[in-house]
Design a protein around this ligand. Structure first.
Ligand SMILES: NC(=O)c1ccc[n+]([C@@H]2O[C@H](COP(=O)([O-])OP(=O)(O)OC[C@H]3O[C@@H](n4cnc5c(N)ncnc54)[C@H](OP(=O)(O)O)[C@@H]3O)[C@@H](O)[C@H]2O)c1
Length: 251
C-alpha cells in the first residue's frame, strides 16, 4: 500500500462565473447551468433583456451585471459581489470574445490590439484572479475556455482572432500542468454557429462550411453546451484538453 493519500478528484463546480453570458453561446451556458441547479455569475458589457429575464426567474442563483472583461478592477469588484451573494466561485467559463471580419493586411493596429486584449489578455487575467482566490481559500475548481476551430484550421479574415484562440488553447494545456490536478482546465473549440459574432459571415461562406461538415449542419450552441456542462460538473479525468465540437468539419 502506498503511504501517499490518494489525490482527491476535483469536485463538480457549484458556483460558476460565465463571461459574456448575455447572448449567444454564453447565454445558453448560463441557462443550462441554472436549469441544473448551479449558481451562476454572468457579465457582459451590456446586460440583455434575456439575461435580465433569467435573473428575475432565479433571483437567488443568478448574479448578473455589466462588466467589460478588459477592465480588471471592474471584474474584480463583480467577482467580490457575486461571491457575497452566491458563495465562493469554483468554476469559470471564459466565453466573452469579439470576432473579426477583415483581412490581416487591412486590419488596423488598434483593432489587432483590441482583439488580443479582449480574447487573450483579459481571460488570462480573469483566470489568474479566480485561481488566486480559489487556491488562497484552499478551494479546487474547474476552468473551461471557449476557443474555436479557427485555432486549428485556417480561415481568411480571422488572423488575429485565430491567434488569440490558439493562445488560449496553449494556455489551457500549460495551466492544467501548472495547477497539478488541483483544478481541471480544459477548452471547448466549437465550429461556426449562428450568433451575433458569426453574422458577418456571408451565405457563401456558411454554405461552404455546411458542405464540408459530414453531419450536414452548422454547429448549434445547444450541441456545445452539454460538453461545457460535462467539463464543469461530471467526474472525469479530462484535463488540459481541447475538445472540438464541429461535426467533423475540420477533420
Ligand atoms: N459564433 C461562432 O461561430 C463561434 C465559433 C467558435 C467559437 N466561438 C466562440 O464562442 C464564444 C461565444 O461566441 P458567440 O458567437 O456566442 O458571440 P456573441 O453572440 O457575439 O457573444 C459574445 C458575448 O461576449 C460578450 N463580450 C464581448 N466583448 C466583451 C467585453 N469586452 N467584456 C465583456 N463581455 C464581452 C458579449 O456581450 P457585450 O458585447 O454586451 O459585451 C456577449 O455576451 C466566443 O468565445 C467565440 O469566440 C464562436
Amino acid at each position: 500500500m502506498s503511504e501517499h493519500a490518494e489525490p482527491q478528484p476535483v469536485p463538480p463546480s457549484s458556483v460558476v462565473l460565465v463571461s459574456g453570458g448575455s447572448r449567444g453561446l454564453g447565454l445558453a451556458i448560463v441557462a443550462d447551468l441554472l436549469d441544473r441547479g448551479v449558481r451562476v455569475a454572468a457579465f457582459a458589457r451590456t446586460v440583455t433583456p434575456e439575461l435580465d429575464k433569467l435573473a428575475a426567474e432565479h433571483p437567488d442563483r443568478l448574479h448578473a451585471g455589466p462588466v467589460d472583461v478588459t477592465d480588471l478592477a471592474a471584474a474584480q469588484a463583480f467577482v467580490r459581489d457575486a461571491e457575497v451573494r452566491l458563495g465562493p466561485i469554483d468554476g469559470l467559463v471564459n466565453n466573452a470574445a469579439i470576432g473579426q471580419d477583415s483581412l490581416h493586411v487591412h486590419t488596423a493596429t488598434g483593432d489587432i490590439a483590441r482583439i488580443i486584449e479582449t480574447n487573450l489578455t483579459a481571460p488570462l487575467q480573469l483566470t489568474r484572479l479566480l485561481v488566486r482566490r480559489m487556491l488562497g481559500q484552499g478551494r479546487r475548481g474547474r476552468i473551461v475556455n471557449i476557443t474555436s476551430i479557427c485555432a486549428q484550421r485556417g480561415f481568411p479574415g480571422l488572423v488575429a482572432y485565430s491567434a488569440t484562440k490558439g493562445g488560449m488553447d496553449a494556455a489551457t494545456r500549460s495551466l492544467a500542468r501548472e495547477l497539478g490536478g488541483r483544478m481541471l482546465v480544459n477548452a471547448v473549440a466549437p465550429g461556426f454557429f449562428a450568433s451575433e459574432m458569426s453574422a458577418v459571415l456571408g451565405r457563401t461562406q456558411l454554405d461552404q462550411i455546411v458542405r464540408r461538415t459530414p453531419s450536414g449542419h452548422l454547429t448549434e450552441p445547444a450541441e456545445v453546451v452539454p460538453v461545457v456542462r460535462m467539463l464543469l460538473r461530471e467526474q472525469t479525468n479530462i484535463n488540459g484538453q481541447v475538445i472540438v465540437v464541429d461535426g467533423a468539419a475540420s477533420v
